[in-house]
Design a protein around this ligand. Structure first.
Ligand SMILES: *[C@@H]1O[C@H](CO)[C@@H](O)[C@H](O)[C@H]1NC(C)=O
Ligand SMILES: *[C@@H]1O[C@H](CO)[C@@H](O)[C@H](O)[C@H]1NC(C)=O
Ligand SMILES: *[C@@H]1O[C@H](CO)[C@@H](O)[C@H](O)[C@H]1NC(C)=O
Ligand SMILES: CC(=O)N[C@H]1CO[C@H](CO)[C@@H](O)[C@@H]1O
Length: 599
């Protein structure tokens, strides 16, 4: 476990909050605001306001200052933090300079607005992470020049191809599977107002804003040849030499006002979700028809499929009547989340990715079955509700909110250990993982081939922070998860700050959301600069490595990647460019990772 050494913001003298010596290895932690060791310099406003600012700063910095043994029963009091002071820094010339000087976080947020773009790292065998370089892997975040200054609607990454949607809704493709001769990014399908992407082994599924679904071959030469040979079912779009041929996927039986709002794809199958809570599945690759139950339609195979296009979507009729709100796909399995917080799973289960507790071994399930989470919370007086799902490779992830319903006396220690934070609030946010853990992808500190039921990611569960606005302790949820073939990333929700301005104090700084990475690192896809797999979520360094000269005075301090939250900002140096709403997003792909500026 790392010591969470974090520079405290809000004072030009950096203080470090250290873990008390008595801490245990348990990661139940609380972010809390210490008013101790603050008060070096008042930034303006009342003392109360200043301490409020300090509190917010500390919280945002993710200073985990208090730990307690899991078995402790009374209301946990945050232990007092020891504060160490560093040498004074050079005297800053302006407010903004002071902010840059005191905070790597502030600088990261600023750079994301000044100079939006795409950073990528990991496997470069297919010229995806760095299309212009011949290296086989990219060890730390590096910009893809083509996207400099650009905002994107979406991006998806395979080891051999990349696909992105520009701010205007056009498709850009690159990588050796797109073109061996010229793997550099190029616009292909234009003018369709695309919004979201999903990728199979060899096709790109693109969802337009108006609900139309396009299927585009990854390979540039397939695009050209199929446009000629299959002119009846293929439409070519010849406005430029590099434009793509594509296929429209026709949705059957959509109701009045019903349209597809989300898509997900594994290597061979795709899932389509409509605004009416209906879910459809289809084959999404030209190389193999899905055969592991991932379509969720018992009996549907290559030989039994109905007449018509092989990739026609079929409604998953057993889920009719349930209001499905989210879909997720791993390589060969599927997840569907229902509004009421229930998850349905189907498809490949050979690594335990469907999350069932050990019964007999069933390699796959060909129709949706509900995954019972209440069992995992038995005896805790908490009622679990799955709030979001994620899947990738051979893994599934579930973000659960467990609400305390009534306090029970005489709980067993075991039950107490499952809900150690029960006295802190009514709601606990937990993250559960299931599937293959051999690369560390479960984030649970273990290396296992197969899981027998969901396992909790302790460092992403049962976290709380002090909420200045409501003056209460609130659970820290995950804002977003992205799951690749063997690695994953989680962006923490809560407490970011984008309000620093000319009129606010010199110690009022911006900061973004924490992001943690874990799992397979065989192609340096975690961005740690090293190649060892990691089985517990960890921080990585900022995108710009050294962050330039601004932080010279901060050598030796730990800086970590934070991503800028959604805000409306002016782009360009000195904030003189156009005004847009943007946020940074993390995308874990197949052995490649990107952070991009999303619209
Ligand atoms: C969506 O837009 C495309 C053109 O971009 C058009 O061909 C298609 O008919 C539209 N579909 C709907 C359902 O409006
Ligand atoms: C499903 O939930 C959505 C979002 O809350 C709602 O708009 C829709 O009417 C619901 N559909 C059904 C069939 O209950
Ligand atoms: C899924 O796989 C796990 C591990 O092999 C097994 O314990 C479980 O019973 C299987 N579940 C189903 C529904 O097949
Ligand atoms: C302090 C703060 O920003 N708290 C927010 C944490 O997230 C929840 C829900 O995501 C919000 O309701 C809180 O206001």
């Amino acid at each position: 476990m790392s010591a969470f050494k974090v520079a405290m913001r809000g004072t030009p003298l950096a203080c470090r909050t250290l873990r008390p010596a008595t801490t245990t290895a348990r990661l139940q932690s609380i972010r809390y605001a210490s008013t101790q060791g603050g008060g070096k310099k008042q930034g303006g406003g009342s003392a109360g306001k200043f301490f409020g600012g300090m509190a917010a700063a500390l919280l945002g910095a993710g200073a985990f200052v208090a730990f307690w043994p899991a078995t402790q029963k009374e209301v946990a009091k945050p232990a007092q933090a020891r504060i160490e002071y560093e040498k004074a820094r050079p005297h800053p010339e302006s407010k903004e300079e002071n902010r840059d000087l005191i905070s790597s976080q502030h600088l990261q947020v600023k750079k994301s607005w000044e100079d939006p773009g795409v950073y990528a790292w990991g496997s470069n065998e297919g010229r995806v992470a760095a299309p212009d370089l011949a290296e086989s892997s990219i060890k730390t975040p590096r910009r893809i020049k083509y996207f400099d200054g650009q905002l994107l609607r979406d991006i998806k990454l395979d080891r051999e191809f990349g696909a992105a949607i520009t701010e205007k809704g056009d498709l850009v493709q690159w990588g050796t599977a797109f073109s061996k001769e010229d793997p550099l990014p190029k616009p292909t399908l234009k003018g369709k107002d695309l919004a979201k992407l999903a990728i199979s082994r060899d096709r790109i599924i693109a969802l337009a804003k108006n609900g139309t679904i396009y299927s585009i071959p990854v390979s540039g030469s397939d695009q050209a040849s199929s446009a000629k040979s299959e002119s009846s079912s293929w439409t070519s779009f010849w406005s430029s030499p590099s434009s793509a041929s594509y296929r429209k996927i026709e949705m059957p039986s959509l109701g009045w006002g019903e349209s597809v709002t989300d898509i997900a794809s594994g290597l061979e199958h795709a899932l389509f979700l409509t605004n009416k809570g209906r879910i459809f599945s289809a084959a999404s690759s030209t190389s193999d028809y899905p055969s592991k139950g991932q379509l969720g339609i018992p009996g549907l195979t290559w030989t039994t499929r109905p007449k018509g296009p092989y990739d026609a979507p079929h409604e998953i009729s057993t889920l009719k009547g349930f209001n499905i709100t989210q879909v997720a796909a791993g390589d060969y399995h599927s997840l569907a989340l229902e509004k009421a917080g229930r998850v349905f799973v189907f498809g490949d289960n050979t690594s335990g990715q469907l999350g069932f507790e050990a019964e007999r071994e069933i390699p796959y399930v060909d129709g949706p079955i509900p995954l019972p989470f209440s069992k995992l919370y038995a005896g805790t007086s908490q009622v679990p509700r799955v709030k979001s799902i994620a899947a990738g490779g051979l893994n599934s992830f579930f973000n659960v909110e467990a609400t305390k319903v009534a306090s029970q006396s005489g709980q067993s220690d075991q039950a107490a250990a499952l809900a150690p934070a029960r006295d802190l609030g009514r709601v606990t946010a937990d993250t559960w993982a299931t599937g293959a853990g051999i690369y560390g992808s479960l984030g649970n500190g273990r290396w296992t081939h197969v899981t027998l039921g969901p396992t909790k990611i302790k460092s992403l569960s049962g976290l709380y922070e002090w909420d200045e606005h409501t003056k209460s302790i609130v659970p820290i949820r995950l804002a977003r998860m992205s799951v690749g073939s063997t690695h994953a990333a989680a962006v923490m929700a809560n407490e970011t700050s984008v309000g620093a301005s000319k009129t606010s104090s010199e110690n009022d700084i911006n900061w973004g959301a924490d992001v943690l990475f874990w799992g397979g690192n065989e192609h340096y896809q975690l961005g740690t600069g090293k190649r060892n797999n990691v089985n517990t979520p960890m921080y990585i360094g900022p995108l710009d490595g050294g962050l330039g000269d601004e932080l010279k005075g901060r050598k030796g301090e730990e800086h970590r990647l934070q991503i800028a939250p959604r805000t409306t900002a002016r782009l360009g140096p000195d904030g003189k460019g156009r005004k847009v709403s943007l946020e940074q997003r993390v995308e874990c792909g197949r052995f490649v990772t990107a952070v991009y500026s999303g619209t």
